[in-house]
Design a protein around this ligand. Sequence first.
Ligand SMILES: O=C(O)CCC(=O)C(=O)O
Ligand SMILES: [Fe+2]
Length: 311
Amino acid sequence: MSKNLDLPLIDLSSTDRAAAARSIRQACVEYGFFYLINHGIEDGVFRKLFEESKKFFSLPLDEKMKLERNGAHRGYTPMYAETLDPSSKFEGDLKESFYIGPEEGSNLQNNNQWPSEESLPFWRITMESYYEKVLTVGKRLISLIALALNLDDQFFEKIGAFHSPMSFLRLIHYPGELAASDYGNFGASAHSDYGMVTLLVTDGVPGLQICREKDKHSQLWEDVHHVDGAFIVNVGDLLERWTNCLFRSTLHRVLAVGQERYSVAFFCDPHYDCVVECLESCCGETSPPRFPPIRCGDHLEERIRTSYASK
Ligand SMILES: O=C(O)CCC(=O)C(=O)O
Ligand SMILES: [Fe+2]
């Protein structure tokens, strides 16, 4: 069962930052998802990003496999490589993807892979430039998130979370036509994101759904519709831990809708050594911390390892 949903719109450039922070808080408590508008990235940048992404996924499989995801979690992953929902009965999710990581700042550093300049001359520059832009938006958003948690707006900067952050860009392509053996399989099976916040853009093809009550027996899935030019932002597990479950890391999935679909996710995640532990503003005598402190890098590596473990 699914129904349509109107997620809140957050204006990143609002001059009333206190009001924007209040709206973020409400959105993160109620949905764990919202749209982000007035972020300053122009339409042309997204157009170019999707154009170059499509060029890569249109290469022959053997060319793409030359850039297969390496030990530093950068590069190409073919269809079925990843299973986001461990209870899935299929070999793996339908999407193919490409990861680009930070140039420095984790112990997985400087291992990005790039298609050759001869085959895709503007590819690397397009991706590097988008990475910079979306990271800047992510940092601006995180300062509002700090305000939303009654913290100094530079809180996460001051604890070093975004000094050389471990943030990854992921280009995703979902197939159109399916083999009969894939009926019932998902583009991306049900999961919550691992990190702090995700900033997603899509080509407008439907398929993304969220489930707000992940623990209920009969799950209600709601469609997230496309808003032109807006990021779809969602809270990840690390922010849920930081906030002691005040902010929700909401379960989501992508249906196979019989139509090709492209999206680009930016996982805006902290520094490798950043320790994520319950914020003082989120616990008290009646609500003690639910999770022990965890190092960001350890958490992310474990979650990535699990979703790529072959069955
Ligand atoms: O492609 C989408 O709409 C969502 C992708 C996603 O959930 C993810 O990569 O974590
Ligand atoms: Fe996700």
